[in-house]
Design a protein around this ligand. Structure first.
Ligand SMILES: *Cc1c(COP(=O)(O)O)cnc(C)c1O
Length: 396
């Protein structure tokens, strides 16, 4: 038995995406910048993919820049907005404490370059309120960047409202929508989004390809100098196979979005109900305002890494949080941001589902987690102290 429950880290490519990609690794191999027949076949495919993806997001084709993924899109968005701000003497940026590191580390760099960064607190339920953004905006604010849905705890932010506030105050609004696109309805026009990052491998597309949407009239700063590809916004021959796979994956995900969300929500809520039966456990993030496939728990008296290894022995691929922080002993900055203390944050488990998971797999997983938690607590001195009353339980 092998059960894959780490879809926030990456997803399996769909058959549709693989089939759309393959011809461009085979017969259709031209460089879209070439003027001959082979090049023009690739250029036409590229233009078509751009248009189809623009339709999914409700923007114009020339508002889309292809990047190497979510991280590059985040970097380019932040540097671009910072450059625009600096030209007007505006050097204040607003973000949140639980962003992805692609955003947080770029903000660190901008801070060293003289920008002032305000990181908004996240409420215990994993939500940032639009009013916090509105209260934090100043005369010299050049950018607000708030993620659409968190990659660890899955909570969904009030993006449309935040966008409305930024538009009214003439501040650029960027959202890292890597976890949302293909899973939730995203519409950059209706939601007042100026810049948006997405990544194909989070919605059953290929790895190493993504998009930065940027509203017309907002100039992008080039991170990769080279040829005139992407209208001069990103040098380098376009990754046509990956782009074709991504376009097919996005169209498929958007066509099935309600059906998949309905199915995933049922599985998710069963998993949450099952794991809630474990004593001294707590769900991280709002129970309702979260991605349809995200489950994230803390178990008191448990060390997350051991939990993962024992679940792996039982055939379950899970995560303790972000793939980027696993391997380090630092507790998740997301769990700290929602107020979990270090000891509790260490005992976290993230299970993220896809449409391919079944009800049987969920039942097996609930049983497996219960067994492993019971086993680990049985051999834990910390747990013994808690049970004997020498220490107080933090999770009631
Ligand atoms: C995965 C992820 C990224 C990074 O995307 P890559 O394509 O892997 O670079 C950025 N932000 C969020 C929220 C993510 O989940």
């Amino acid at each position: 038995m092998r059960i894959y429950l780490d879809n926030a880290a990456t997803t399996k490519m769909s058959k549709t995406a693989v089939n759309a990609l393959l011809p461009y690794m085979d017969d259709i191999y031209g460089n879209p910048s070439s003027l001959h027949l082979a090049g023009q076949a690739a250029a036409e495919a590229l233009a078509d993919a751009r248009k189809r993806m623009a339709n999914c997001l409700d923007c114009a084709a020339d508002e889309i820049t292809f990047t190497s993924g979510g991280s590059e899109a985040d970097n380019q968005a932040l540097y671009s907005a910072a450059r625009i701000g600096a030209r007007k003497g505006k050097r204040h940026i607003i973000s949140t404490a639980f962003e992805h590191h692609a955003v947080l580390h770029t903000l660190d760099k901008l801070e060293k370059e003289g920008f002032e960064i305000t990181l908004l607190d996240v409420h215990e339920n994993g939500i940032v309120h639009a009013k916090q953004v509105s209260d934090a905006i100043r005369e010299d604010t050049c950018l607000v960047t708030v993620m659409y849905a968190n990659n660890e705890i899955g909570t969904v932010q009030p993006i449309q409202k935040i966008g409305e506030i930024c538009r009214a105050r003439d501040v650029i609004f960027h959202t890292d929508a890597v976890q949302a696109v293909g899973h939730l309805h995203v519409n950059v026009r209706e939601q007042n989004i100026d810049m948006l990052s997405l990544s194909a491998h989070k919605f059953h597309g290929p790895k190493g390809i993504g998009i930065l949407y940027c509203r017309k009239g907002i100039p992008l700063t080039t991170l990769i100098e080279g040829g005139a590809q992407e209208r001069g916004r990103r040098g380098g021959t376009e990754n046509i196979p990956a782009i074709m796979g991504m376009a097919a994956a996005l169209e498929e995900a958007c066509a099935l979005i309600d059906e998949n969300a309905g199915k995933l929500t049922v599985l998710r809520d069963r998993l949450i109900a099952g794991l809630s039966e474990i004593p001294h456990s707590i769900l991280n993030g709002d129970a309702g305002r979260r991605l349809p496939g995200n489950v994230n728990f803390c178990f008191e008296g448990i060390e997350g890494e051991s939990l993962l290894l024992l679940l792996d022995d039982k055939g379950i691929c899970a995560s303790s949080g972000s793939a980027c922080t696993s391997g380090s002993l630092d507790p998740s900055h997301v769990l700290l941001a929602i107020g979990r203390i270090h000891d509790i944050a260490h005992g976290s488990l993230r299970l993220t589902l896809s449409e391919e998971n079944t009800a049987e797999e969920i039942e097996y997983t609930i049983q497996a987690v219960k067994e492993v938690v019971t086993y680990l607590r049985g051999i834990s001195p910390v747990w013994r102290d808690l049970v004997e009353g020498k220490k107080e339980f933090i999770i009631k």
